[in-house]
Every structure is written in C-alpha cells, then in structure tokens.
Design a protein around this ligand. Structure first.
Ligand code: FCB
Length: 412
C-alpha cells in the first residue's frame, strides 16, 4: 500500500465535544433542562490545545480537523467577538507551527442560543444568518487557511433533531408526550407535533441547510475566491448482494440518504468531506462484531462510501471515521481495514486526499455523554490527564509505512 506524499493524515474533533465552557448554545440549554447530559469543561481543550497538538504531532499526524464554535464568535446576533477570533487564530497557528494542516469546520451541530431562539434552521432567515457568520470568519481567518468546511453532517443534524427527536430541538415527540399532554387537560406543555407535521418541518430544515451551504459558499468566495470550500457528509454505505431486488433497495436508500442532499450542493463544493461509520449490505445475513456504540464494525465499507461520493467527481477527504472502543481491542484493526478500503478506492481512481480519524481524544458523544470512547488518546475526566492508547501508535506506524518517500518508494 502506498499513499501520495502530500496525503493528509490526522484526527478530528469538534468544538463543543472537546473545548468545554460553552454555555450560550442550544445543547448547553438542553443540558440545563436535563434533556441531554451536561458537557461542562469536557476535555478543557480550549485551554490545552497546544499540549494536545504536541501529542498529535508526536503521533505522526500532519493534519487536524476541528470546528469553530459559532456561539463564541457571534454570542449575540450581529455582534462578533474579536477575542474569540483571536483564540481560533492562535489554534490555527499552533497547528501550523507543529506541521499540522488545519481543516476547519464552521459549524458542527451546536447553535448559538439567539439563533436557536429564532427557530434555528426552521427559520427562513437561517441561510442568510449562517452565510453572514461564514463570511465574517473567512474575512478574519481566511488568510490562514487553504480550505474550509461549511457544515458537518446536515442530514444527521436534521434527522436527530426533527425525525428522531432525541437532539435539540427535540421535535418528533414521543407517544408518551402526547399522553402527558392529553392527561393534563392539554395545558401542561406545548402541543406535541404529529409525525406527518414533523416530517414537513424536517423537509423545511433540510431545504434551509442546502440554502445555508450554498449561500455561505457564495459569501466565502466573494472574500476569498481561492479558498477551497467543502461540506462534510455522513454517508451510510448501502450495498447489496447480486439479487436485483436487494440492489434496488440499496439504490433507493443511497438516493435518500446521500444523493438527494448532495446533488443540491455539489455545484458549490470544491471538495467533499466523508464521515463514514456505517456499511449496510442488503440481502446479506452475515453477523458482524459491534462497537461500544452497538454499531456493526465493517471498516472496509469505506470503499463503497468513497465510491458513492465519487459520483460528484470532486476531491474527497475522509473527515471522520472511527470506532468507540473503550478497551482499545479493535481500534488498530479498524484503522488498518479503513486504510485498505481507501487504498482500493484510490486504485479505482477515486481522488482521496486525506484521512482524519474520529477522534483525536475521547469526548462528549452528544446525547450519550462521556461514556463512549472514540479517542486515540484516552481522557481521565477527573484529572484531565491524557494517555495515548496503543492503537494510536499503530496508526503512526501505518502512516510511516504507507507514506511515499521523496524518491517515490514506500518510506519504510
Ligand atoms: C459523527 C459526528 C461526531 C461524532 C461521531 C461519533 O456523526 O460528526 O461529532 O459524534 O459521529
């Protein structure tokens, strides 16, 4: 196996999941209301980023993906905090000083409270407000960067917030909520939404997310025409046995999950980020081992996910893929299989530019709190001590082994 010399190797994080101390966003409010676990100081990465990047450098990484917290940059509608910008400038510079290329995401799930109060992405104003934020960040930090991602996993955000209803704004209400509402003489709380209504709202949110990306792209290009703009899409790699009916199912599922969104934004993507966690083969009854998330571990399925995105003929970087594995018994195998799948896709002509493992360190796994351990680095949440897991060293070895040296041969 060989990967090009300028291939990006690294890991990913997201602001709310690691930084700590973010209180003015919708997830913090939901935590105060007891609807999701509290995030608190998380990994305190906000203050410890330099030491964390020292570790990433030690682990052989040459790139790092992270996100900027919108609620820090624009804490009040239309008012931008220059101190927050300077913080992220320092983060970017700290990466570059260590030889790590920054992959910045403008928005990774959490919304400033003022924006959520206006209806978040349900609101007609949302695309414009998002584009204004994107433009501001790029005006301030664009010079430091070669590329930027507008948003992370829009369909996951909309699906969990509006169809499943277990993430803010918790829109798909459960039957139990209806019973409580009815039993209370229809006074106790706001009227739960019916599912067909929630689906309509979900479609509106998705439409606004498409518009938000496209308007942000245009706004960014006005101030930084050369900056490469991407979106990060979570792709469920649907596949099938040779049975025509199963193939038909995979085709529909892929269209619903990936293409229906991507085809509306692809014109305004210079690159695409792939987040890969799930491979589903219709018609295959095989059993697969499961991760601590209860997700089937089929890392080689990344091959299929890359082919799905290859349809758009844009450079792709793997912006996330990883496994929750508390005892670190599967992670090294998982990474190695991913790299094999990536290499096969590249041999078929898929233009893959990088691999960012999720995650650099253990972190706040959204509605599941701190229990799930995705990190190359283990965090002790009492002491905030960092400990490198053995699989992280194995990843380093693989990076060294697979990188092509200056003379074109494999480095080792
Ligand atoms: C992805 C999210 C990321 C993390 C991983 C496990 O869907 O982008 O924040 O939660 O899943």
């Amino acid at each position: 196996m060989k990967f090009p010399k300028d291939f990006y190797w690294g890991a990913a994080t997201a602001s709310y999941q690691v930084e700590g101390g973010i209180e003015n966003c919708d997830w913090a409010k939901a935590a105060r209301e007891g609807r999701v676990p509290a995030c608190g100081r998380a990994c305190d990465h906000y203050h410890r980023y330099e030491a964390d990047f020292d570790l990433a450098q030690q682990l052989g990484h040459n790139a790092h993906r992270f996100s900027i917290e919108w609620a820090r940059i624009e804490p009040v509608e239309g008012q931008f905090d220059t101190a927050a910008i300077e913080h992220y400038r320092a983060v970017i510079r700290a990466l570059k000083e260590r030889g790590l290329t920054p992959f910045v995401t403008l928005w990774h799930f959490t919304l400033p409270q003022w924006f959520a109060d206006k209806g978040g992405f349900e609101s007609k104003q949302a695309p414009e407000l998002f584009a204004r934020y994107a433009r501001y960040v790029v005006e301030q930090l664009g010079d430091e960067l070669a590329g930027i991602t507008t948003m992370n996993e829009p369909i996951v955000f909309a699906g969990l917030g509006w169809l499943k209803g277990n993430w803010p704004p918790f829109k798909m209400q459960k039957l139990a909520d209806w019973q409580e509402y009815t039993n209370s003489g229809k006074r106790s709380q706001s009227r739960p939404q019916q599912s067909w209504w929630a689906y309509g709202t979900y479609r509106r949110v998705v439409r606004h997310l498409v518009m938000a990306h496209n308007q942000a792209y245009d706004a960014i290009k006005l101030v930084a025409p050369d900056l490469s703009v991407s979106i990060v899409k979570h792709v469920v790699a649907y596949d099938a046995t040779s049975n025509p009916w199963q193939r038909c199912k995979a085709w529909f599922a892929t269209n619903f999950q990936t293409h229906s969104f991507m085809r509306k934004v692809a014109d305004r993507c210079d690159e695409i980020g792939l987040n890969f966690y799930h491979y589903v083969k219709f018609g295959d009854r095989g059993e697969h081992p499961k991760s601590d998330m209860g997700w089937e571990m089929i890392p080689g399925g990344i091959y299929r996910a890359l082919h799905i995105l290859h349809h758009y003929q844009k450079p792709i970087f793997v912006s996330e893929c990883g496994v929750a594995d508390d005892d670190d018994s599967h992670r090294a195998w998982y990474i190695e299989e991913q790299l094999t799948g990536m290499q096969q896709a590249m041999a078929d002509g898929v233009d893959v530019r990088g691999h960012m493992y999720w995650s650099l360190m253990d972190n706040y796994e959204w509605a599941l709190g701190f229990e799930k351990k995705f990190g190359l680095i283990e965090i002790n949440y009492d002491t905030l001590e960092r400990k490198i897991r053995p699989s992280a060293w194995r990843y380093k070895e693989l990076i060294e082994q697979y990188s092509v040296a200056d003379n074109g041969s494999a480095a080792s």
